[in-house]
Structure formats: structure tokens, C-alpha cells
Ligand binder design. Structure first.
Ligand code: NDP
Ligand code: 2IT
Length: 450
């Protein structure tokens, strides 16, 4: 007897959980994605025959390696490095590197799994991958960060390449780290290729890559508001968690569209500035000085600082943009946001809302832009950086920005249409998962059992 779609999906999930014990974030991402894909399997019984989902959920390759380095005191330190090459059906592996003490295999696998669908949604030819290390860049000197990056690349270089796997930044990996990683790759291989994205503008980087995830998030949410008759960013009160790369450029674009950003955070606490958070001050604190966000109130005494980052969701706002990390909005925070009249949530971070929080938003009619759609502007612009590197050419800021905007608007409509086609109108979680999966599934089917 043939299996039903539901039986097939639950058996794949059950095996995934049994085979990958303790990888809680990976289980969480897989549950969310698989429950959407059940709808696709119902229409494509041939995917069961091909055991497509079990192959889809198994990374093509996982590399785990030792990263030894010497700190400024002369002590030998050891970290663990990861690169998960998850799926190359539609292009070379592509995805960021995260340096944070919390990094483990389950986190890198959840990020890599999400990345497959996100990258497909961009419409560009990039497969899914992710990597990183439990290295903590906080409090380290530039020289320590450089020695760490050189050691990390001394293993990673043999696994990557411009047509194989192209890493980029994520939490704890920005322009400084990409520079050190690129320098070491070039030294080891003697090749000047587009093997990393997020590079400096002086050596092959793309204009708008730094701004891309934040700008893209705002383009996506703006389109979501307009399509649902909820106006635009103009006049809206916005709360943004985090104060890193994504948060800063989300603030910049939302503000330029007439919104007022009243709160931001870091992993220690949050600031509330009813006059609108001053972005120049935040850039100075975070990008230039690498300090804590609590510094803000020293120069803006009318603002307040509160210890602990979760309280930020108690601040009433029209639009919430979680741009820090996974599971930063739980059911309690989601209920508070809904109660306070929040009309839209756009995920700048990857999986910042728990499954329970997501369900609360969807049930309450809050417009909800899931990370893999709403934050795809970063990787989309990375793919544009790859195109420019291949052409040995550089587009203007306006050219790249226009392409980014167009991609984000297209992603919104792809998710919107897939949600309607599968009888879940307005559910952009289901819509994004299905729209992203379609191309990957077709490519995998056409390429045979690999
Ligand atoms: P950054 O390292 O630039 O900034 C991260 C911000 O989030 C910092 O303010 C940091 O605070 C805070 N944060 C990090 N970890 C935690 C934690 N465990 N608890 C509370 N706060 C935390 O990273 P990005 O801005 O690049 O990344 C933010 C999110 O966006 C991540 O989920 C990332 O995966 C996602 N993303 C990033 C893209 C990119 O292009 N960079 C693209 C798509 C998604 P502190 O300074 O105290 O550490
Ligand atoms: O989560 C993400 O999409 C990123 N960190 C960006 C990846 C990339 O390759 O630009």
C-alpha cells in the first residue's frame, strides 16, 4: 500500500529526530518546513517514490574541524569549525559563517537547511550551506581575530571555491573577518576569485552588500503592508532587536521611508528612545567602537536603557523587526506584541520566532514575513557580488539597489501566490517554504538519485 503524504512526512521527521539527537534548532526548522511541504507532497506522490524529502533533509556533506590559534598572552586556544554543505541542486553552496560561543552543529544545520529555500527564493542560482565556529570575537584584539581567521581558513580553503561553496558573513562575521579570511585564502591557493562575499569594496566587494539584508527586509515588509492595504512604513512606530549589521540597515531604510525606530538592543539589554533612536550614535557605538548599546544613554539622556534583551517586545509598536538571533520571540512576547496592537512582524534574523510565536501571529492576523523570505536580500546581493566578480566588473549603488528591491518584491509575491495556490492565503510561512522548495525539488528530480 502506498503511504499518504502525511504518513510520509511524519516518518521523515521521526527519522530525522532519531538520527540527529540533541540538534534542537535543526528539529525546529525541519518541523516547520516539513509541515508546509506536506501540501506539496499531496500533489506530487512521485516525490514519495523518489524519497525526495529524506534526501532533502540530509546534508550532502558536513565538515567539522579543529581551529587552533595563539592569543595575545601566548596561550594556545582551540575552537571548533563547521561547514555544512547542505544542498547543491540549483547552484554552488552559499551561506554565511557565524562566529558566536553558542555555535554547535544543530545551529549550523538549521541555518543551512533554511538557506536552501531562502537561496532558491532569490531566483538566483545558489545552493544552500552554512558554517561557523564557537569562537567569540567579543573582547578579542584585531590580531587575535586575524590569527583565528587565518587558522579557520587554513582548513576551510580545501572545501570551498567560487564554483563550489561561497561563504559570507553572519553573526560575528563582518567586513573585518571576511578580509582576514580572504587574505588567507588567496595566500594558500594563489587565486584571486570570488570565493567569499561581503568583501571590501577595494578588493571585489559589491556596493549595497553591507546594507542589503536590512534594506531588503524593509523592501519586503513595505510590499507586504501595501499588498494588504496596511499603508507603508510612513508614520509607523518600529521596534528593532539587535544592533548589528541587519538591525542598523533596517533602521536606516525604515527611517528613510518615514518610520520612527523607537527601540534597539544587544545581547545585554535594550534602549528605548521615544524621539527615535539616533542611528549615527548606534553606528559609532557598534560599528566603530564595538561597545555595548548601554553607551547610548550617555549621549541621549532622555532615552532609557534596560538590562536583559527580551523586554524589548513589551514596547508598544506598529511593526516589530527581530534582527538579533533565533528564538528571541517566544509565545509570551508574541502575545504581548499582538495585545499592544502590532500589525506586522518582519524577521531580519533567522528563525527569531518560536513555532508557538509564529502560530500566534498567524492566528491573530498579524502580517508575518518569515526570515527565509524577508531576510533573503543579504544572500541575494551576495549572489549579485558573485556575478560581478565573474564579469570582472562592478555595478553602481543604484543598479545593485534596484536589483535588490526587485528581488524582494518578487519574493513577497512568490510567497503570496504559493500561499493562495495551496489554500493558505496570507500565510507567508507556508508560501515561502513551498515557493522555495519547488525549484529545488524539480532540480533534484531531474538530476536523479544523488
Ligand atoms: P551581527 O553580529 O552584526 O549582530 C548581531 C546582533 O544580534 C548584535 O546586536 C548582537 O548583540 C545580537 N545578538 C547576537 N546573538 C545574540 C543572542 N544570543 N542573544 C541576544 N542578542 C544577540 O549579526 P547580523 O546582524 O549579521 O545577524 C543578525 C541576524 O540576522 C542573525 O540571525 C543572522 O543569521 C541573520 N541574517 C544575517 C544576514 C547578513 O547578511 N548578515 C543575512 C540574513 C540573515 P551583541 O553585540 O551583544 O552580541
Ligand atoms: O543568513 C544569511 O542569509 C546570511 N547570513 C547571508 C549569507 C550570504 O551568503 O550572503
Amino acid at each position: 500500500m502506498t503511504m499518504s503524504a502525511q504518513q510520509y512526512v511524519s516518518s521523515v521527521l521521526e527519522k530525522l529526530i532519531a538520527k540527529n539527537p540533541g540538534e534542537l534548532e535543526f528539529h525546529q526548522a525541519a518541523k516547520e518546513i516539513m509541515s508546509s511541504l506536506e501540501l506539496v507532497i499531496e500533489r506530487h506522490p512521485e516525490y514519495i517514490e523518489a524519497n525526495l524529502l529524506e534526501r532533502f533533509a540530509e546534508p550532502e556533506r558536513v565538515v567539522i574541524f579543529r581551529v587552533p590559534w595563539v592569543d595575545d598572552m601566548g596561550r594556545v586556544q582551540v575552537n571548533r569549525g563547521f561547514r555544512v554543505q547542505f544542498n547543491s541542486a540549483i547552484g554552488p553552496y552559499k551561506g554565511g559563517l557565524r562566529f558566536h560561543p553558542s555555535v554547535n552543529l544543530g545551529i549550523i544545520k538549521f541555518l543551512g537547511f533554511e538557506q536552501i529555500l531562502k537561496n532558491s527564493l532569490t531566483g538566483l542560482p545558489i545552493g544552500g550551506g552554512k558554517g561557523g565556529s564557537d569562537f567569540d570575537p567579543k573582547g578579542k584584539s584585531d590580531n587575535e581575530v586575524m590569527r583565528f581567521c587565518q587558522s579557520f581558513m587554513t582548513e576551510l580553503y580545501r572545501h570551498i571555491g567560487a564554483d563550489i561553496d561561497v561563504p559570507a558573513g553572519d553573526i560575528g562575521v563582518g567586513g573585518r573577518e571576511i578580509g582576514y579570511l580572504y587574505g588567507q585564502y588567496k595566500r594558500l591557493t594563489g587565486q584571486y576569485t570570488g570565493v567569499l562575499t561581503g568583501k571590501g569594496l577595494a578588493y571585489g566587494g559589491s556596493l549595497v552588500r553591507k546594507e542589503a539584508t536590512g534594506y531588503g527586509l524593509i523592501y519586503f515588509v513595505d510590499e507586504m503592508l501595501r499588498a494588504n492595504g496596511k499603508g507603508s512604513f510612513d508614520g509607523k512606530k518600529v521596534v528593532i532587536s539587535g544592533s548589528g549589521n541587519v538591525a542598523i540597515y533596517a533602521h536606516e531604510k525604515a527611517t528613510s521611508m518615514g518610520a520612527k525606530v523607537i527601540a534597539m538592543s544587544d545581547s545585554n539589554g535594550y534602549i528605548y528612545d521615544p524621539n527615535g533612536v539616533n542611528l549615527d550614535t548606534i553606528k559609532e557605538i557598534k560599528e566603530v567602537n564595538r561597545q555595548r548599546i548601554s553607551e547610548y544613554v550617555k549621549t541621549h539622556p532622555h532615552a532609557t536603557y534596560t538590562e536583559g534583551c527580551l523586554g524589548i517586545w513589551n514596547i508598544p509598536c506598529d511593526i516589530a523587526l527581530p534582527c538579533a538571533t533565533q528564538n528571541e520571540i517566544d509565545a509570551t512576547a508574541a502575545k504581548t506584541l499582538v495585545k499592544n496592537g502590532c500589525i506586522a512582524v518582519g524577521e531580519g534574523a533567522n528563525m527569531p520566532s518560536t513555532i508557538e510565536a509564529t502560530d500566534i501571529f498567524l492566528e491573530s492576523g498579524v502580517l508575518f514575513g518569515p526570515g527565509k523570505a524577508a531576510n533573503a536580500g543579504g544572500v541575494a546581493t551576495s549572489a549579485l557580488e558573485m556575478s560581478q566578480n565573474s564579469q570582472r566588473y562592478m555595478w553602481t549603488f543604484e543598479e545593485v539597489d534596484a536589483k535588490l528591491k526587485n528581488i524582494m518584491v518578487n519574493i513577497f509575491h512568490a510567497a503570496d501566490e504559493a500561499a493562495k495556490e495551496y489554500n493558505r492565503p496570507g500565510n507567508y510561512v507556508v508560501g515561502a517554504n513551498i515557493a522555495g522548495f519547488q525549484k529545488v525539488a524539480e532540480a533534484m528530480m531531474q538530476q536523479g538519485v544523488v
